[in-house]
Design a protein around this ligand. Structure first.
Ligand code: AR6
Length: 167
């Protein structure tokens, strides 16, 4: 099942939440900062041990003080105009997030709109990739939950899912 909600992903009680991380797994702003702040230091310690993660890939850690059981740190692309392979990289980081979740027996997963904040990816195009990729994995999860942080993003996700469901 695919669901879309408006909210703060750090509050989700779920198998795993996905973080929009950077290659150095060193934390930063946006959802990354919120997740590390809420999780406490253990998640950053695990990230340090892992070291780094390429763009388009994802790694898993525990979730410290969060209600989720795991955090999957996915690295989306920086938007550079759309002709530098960004779409493939964004698709890949969703695929890798789902694959690492499945490998770890996770049946419910919450995801933010990766790359659409600091990294500047246009929300309409990013939502299309996020939801198309989710639909390909839908049967293998109990729930894939997209957590939007603004009314606008929430509306765009809803409209995109409706459109994809029609075809
Ligand atoms: N819950 C759900 N979504 C959130 C939350 C939250 N608590 N906080 C922000 N968002 P961003 P990026 C949304 O900038 O573009 C960091 O510095 C936000 O509104 O967090 O992938 C990292 O360390 C937006 O829709 O991630 C990297 O260096 C979405 O999360 C870099 O930013 C993603 O925005 C990654 O940039």
């Amino acid at each position: 099942m695919i669901t879309i909600k408006l909210g703060d992903i750090t509050k989700e009680e779920i198998g795993a939440i996905v973080n929009a991380a950077n290659k150095g797994l060193r934390g930063g702003g946006g959802v990354d900062e919120a997740i590390h702040r809420a999780a406490g230091p253990s998640v950053m310690e695990e990230c340090r041990e892992i070291g780094r993660c390429n763009t388009g890939d994802a790694v898993i850690t525990g979730a410290g003080l969060l209600k989720a059981k795991n955090v999957i740190h996915a690295v989306g692309p920086v938007w550079r105009g759309g002709e530098k392979g960004e779409a493939g990289q964004l698709r890949s980081c969703y695929e890798k997030s789902f694959e690492v979740a499945l490998k770890n027996g996770i049946e419910t997963i919450a995801l933010p709109a990766i790359s659409t904040g600091v990294y500047g990816y246009p929300i309409e195009e990013a939502a299309d990739i996020a939801l198309r990729t989710g639909k390909r994995f839908e049967d293998r999860f109990r729930e894939i939950r997209y957590v939007c942080f603004s009314d606008r993003d929430f509306r765009i996700y809803k409209e995109t899912l409706d459109r994809l469901s029609e075809t």
